[in-house]
Design a protein around this ligand. Structure first.
Ligand SMILES: C[S@@+](CC[C@H](N)C(=O)[O-])C[C@H]1O[C@@H](n2cnc3c(N)ncnc32)[C@H](O)[C@@H]1O
Length: 278
C-alpha cells in the first residue's frame, strides 16, 4: 500500500491542535477517514490510498458495505426519535461528506423549522457540506475538531445561534473511535453534556473490540494518519455516555438497534442513545 504517514507530520488544525492525524486541505498520499468511509459507502470522493484500505477491509469482511449503511441508518433513526420527541436543534459531529438521506432531511421532514449544524474537522468535507447542504433554510456547516469541544460550542452559540437553554440532539456516528484515549473522549462528551438542556439526546456509534482479530489487524495500518482508530469495548463505550440515561437496549451492535433480523458482521459497530434527565 502506498502510504506515507510522515507527509502530514506536525500539521496544525484551524483550532490549534498540532498532530499528524488532522486532515489538511492539500495533503497528498495520506490516508483519510472521511474518504475511506466515502469509498465504503459507494461514493466518489476518495483516492487510491483510501480505496486500498477499503479493499483490505472488504477482502476480510465484504459485509462491511452493509455495516456502514446500518450505522448511518441507526444515526438517522436516533434523529427521527429526537425530532418526534420535540427536539428542534440538531448537531451532527463528524458529519462526513454529504450523503442523502442526511440529518436535515429527516429532522426537517418531521418539523420543517428544525435547525441542523454539520461539523467536521476535514476542510474538504467542510467545503462540500457548506456548498451542498448549508444553502438550505436552517442548515449550517462548521469547521471544527471535536477534540476542541469549547471551540465548537462557541461556534454553535455565536455563529449558528443555537440556544442551549432548549434541548438539542447530538449525533456522533463513526467519529469517537478516531479520538485516542490520550485525547480524553469522555471529557469531550462531558463538555457538550454540561451545556445540553434536560431532555437533550446523544446518539453515538463506536467501533468494537469484539470485531474479528483480522479486522483489528488491518486497522493497525491506519496508525499515524487521520484514519487511525482505537476501537473500544461496549463497557468503555457506555462509560463515554456517563451523565445520560441510556435508552434500552443500551450499547449494542447497531443492527440490534435497527431491526431484529439484520445479520451480524465481523466488524462490530456499537450504537447507543442517551437522554439527559430532566
Ligand atoms: C467514518 S466518517 C463518518 C461520517 C458520518 N458521520 C457518517 O456516518 O456517514 C468520520 C468523519 O468524522 C470526521 N472526524 C474524525 N475525527 C474528527 C474530529 N476530531 N473532529 C471532527 N470531525 C472528525 C472525519 O473527517 C469524517 O468525516
Amino acid at each position: 500500500m502506498n502510504r506515507d504517514p510522515t507527509s502530514n507530520a506536525n500539521a496544525t488544525t484551524s483550532v490549534g491542535i498540532s498532530d499528524n492525524r488532522t486532515p489538511q486541505p492539500f495533503e497528498h498520499g495520506q490516508l483519510n477517514s472521511a474518504r475511506v468511509y466515502d469509498y465504503l459507502l459507494g461514493g466518489k470522493d476518495n483516492r487510491e490510498i483510501d480505496r486500498d484500505m477499503g479493499d483490505e477491509l472488504l477482502s476480510r469482511a465484504p459485509e462491511i458495505k452493509s455495516l456502514v449503511w446500518f450505522a448511518r441508518g441507526f444515526g438517522l433513526k436516533a434523529v427521527e426519535m429526537a425530532a418526534g420527541d420535540g427536539i428542534r436543534q440538531f448537531i451532527d459531529l463528524g458529519s462526513g461528506f454529504p450523503r442523502s438521506p442526511n440529518v436535515h432531511e429527516v429532522a426537517q421532514g418531521i418539523e420543517p423549522s428544525a435547525r441542523v449544524v454539520y461539523v467536521d474537522y476535514d476542510p474538504v468535507v467542510h467545503t462540500h457540506c457548506d456548498a451542498l447542504l448549508a444553502k438550505r433554510h436552517g442548515v449550517t456547516a462548521l469547521l471544527g475538531d471535536i477534540r476542541n469541544p469549547h471551540d465548537i460550542l462557541d461556534q454553535l452559540k455565536n455563529h449558528a445561534l443555537f440556544d442551549f437553554s432548549e434541548p438539542v440532539a447530538i449525533t456522533l456516528v463513526g467519529v469517537l473511535h478516531y479520538v485516542m484515549d490520550t485525547e480524553d473522549p469522555a471529557g469531550i462528551i462531558a463538555a457538550f453534556r454540561d451545556q445540553m438542556a434536560p431532555g437533550s439526546y446523544l446518539a453515538l456509534t463506536h467501533g468494537s473490540l469484539d470485531s474479528s482479530p483480522e479486522i483489528l489487524e488491518v486497522l493497525t495500518g491506519t496508525d499515524g494518519t487521520s484514519a487511525q482508530v482505537t476501537f473500544r469495548t461496549a463497557a468503555q463505550t457506555e462509560a463515554l455516555m456517563a451523565g445520560f440515561e441510556l435508552l434500552e437496549p443500551g450499547v449494542v451492535p447497531v443492527q440490534e438497534l435497527l431491526r431484529p433480523d439484520l445479520p451480524s458482521t465481523r466488524m462490530v459497530m456499537l450504537g447507543g442513545i442517551g437522554r439527559k434527565g430532566k
